[in-house]
Design a protein around this ligand. Sequence first.
Ligand code: PNS
Length: 164
Amino acid sequence: MKIAVYPGSFDPVTNGHLDIIERSSRIFDKVIVSILKNSSKAPMFSVEERLTLLRKVTRNLSNVEVDSFSGLLVNYLKQKEAEVIIKGLRAVSDFEYEFQMALMNNKLNPKIETLFMMTSSKYSYLSSSIVRELASLGGCLKELVPEEIIPDIHNKVRHARGGA
Ligand code: PNS
C-alpha cells in the first residue's frame, strides 16, 4: 500500500491545497493530510478547527485521512508507514525553501521521497495568508477556498473582532 503524507499549516485550507489533495489521492492508495501542531506561527484557526475544516472539504475522498502531528515530519511518516511527502509548488519563489526541506528530510531518512506537484495555474497566486488577509478586510473568498468553509472563515473574522 503506497501511503503519502501532505503536511502543512492549512490555516485555512484553500482551493490550491484541495487541488493537490485531489490529484495526489488519484496517485496514492492513501493520502494523509496532516497539520503541524505547535508551529511558531500565530494561527487564525486552532488545530481542532483546521482538522474540522479539512475533514469537511475532503469528506468525499475515501482514501484521504486528516490528522495532525508534532515533531519531525520524517518520524511521523515512519509512524504512519508512509514513504512519500507531498508538497505543492506555486512559483519559483517556493522552490529554494522546499528544496532545502526535501534534502534535509531525505538526509534524516533516506527512504523518504518528496514529491512536488505544480499547483494548477489558476491557484498560483493563492496562499492561506492571502486568504486570511482578504477575509479580515471583508473581501470575497469565492473560488479561493471551498464554498462550504466560507461561512466558517467569515464567522472567525467576526468573532475575532468581538462580534456576535
Ligand atoms: O504549510 P507550511 O507552513 O509551509 O508547512 C510547513 C511544514 C509543516 C511542512 C514544515 O514546517 C514541517 O515539516 N515541519 C515539521 C518539522 C520538520 O520535520 N522539519 C524538517 C526538518 S528540520
